[in-house]
Design a protein around this ligand. Structure first.
Ligand code: BG6
Ligand code: MG
Length: 219
């Protein structure tokens, strides 16, 4: 058996925007008097903008009206976009462009499954928008990862069943979303954090599609 489709998360898998999201959330949290560290950030990776704000408010026992929440989310997003503005094609994480070329050559359909509402803008900066056969992002979703909606919609848009697609994720919430949707999940990052993934790699440098499939299909 081989995979017919591959669904990529964006932030932290294709490009290191995860660090920009972290800086922007940390700045906002600290302005609100809420401590925010790397461990908090791990919980927020893959989580939508609104749910991330709610996490910070809950941590600080803060209750705010909906207009204030919208204003804070806009503020965080402007900060984030300012940090992400310099992204260019060379910033695609090591091995990603080669892996996408491998997938294309093997006839594997590729989709994006991201919680971010900025996904298309970031893919454009990387010159990668056109390589995706389907894009599902935060603008198309009602439920945040770990709900499987994003990947189920992605597989549907590719015309494939979940069991025929591989999900690639760097976030705990994203790994859980893939598992809940019935996908095979490859984690990228720390194997101790991404325990529930079917396999975990530290990054894609030097790994081709056959090697990746072997890690999963021999599980
Ligand atoms: C996810 C990121 O991909 O998108 C989160 O991992 C981020 O850190 C979320 O908060 C929402 O992104 P955006 O760009 O819509 O604020
Ligand atoms: Mg991610």
């Amino acid at each position: 058996m081989t995979f017919k489709g591959c669904l990529f998360d964006l932030d932290g898998v294709i490009v290191d925007t995860a660090s920009h999201h972290f800086v922007a959330w940390k700045t906002l949290a600290e302005e609100l008097g809420v401590a925010f560290d790397e461990e908090d950030n791990e919980q927020l990776k893959g989580v939508s903008r609104v749910d991330s704000l709610e996490f910070i408010l809950q941590k600080g026992n803060l209750v705010l009206d909906s207009n204030t929440k919208l204003r804070l989310m806009d503020k965080k997003n402007l900060h984030y976009l300012g940090l992400a503005d310099q992204i260019q094609p060379a910033d695609a994480l090591p091995g990603i462009v080669d892996l996408i070329a491998d997938l294309k050559a093997a006839g594997v359909r590729i989709g994006l499954g991201s919680s971010s509402k900025n996904a298309e803008q970031i893919l454009s900066k990387l010159n990668l928008l056109a390589v995706f056969d389907a894009i599902v992002d935060g603008n198309h979703l009602t439920l945040s990862k770990p709900d499987p909606e994003v990947f189920l919609k992605g597989a549907h848009a590719l015309g494939l069943a979940p069991e025929d697609c591989l999900v690639i994720e760097d976030a705990i919430a994203g790994v859980d979303a893939g598992i809940a949707g019935g996908f095979q999940v490859l984690g990228v990052g720390d194997a101790n954090e991404l325990k529930r993934a079917h396999a975990v790699v530290p990054g894609f440098g030097g790994l081709n599609w056959d090697e990746i499939q072997n890690l999963l299909l021999h599980k």
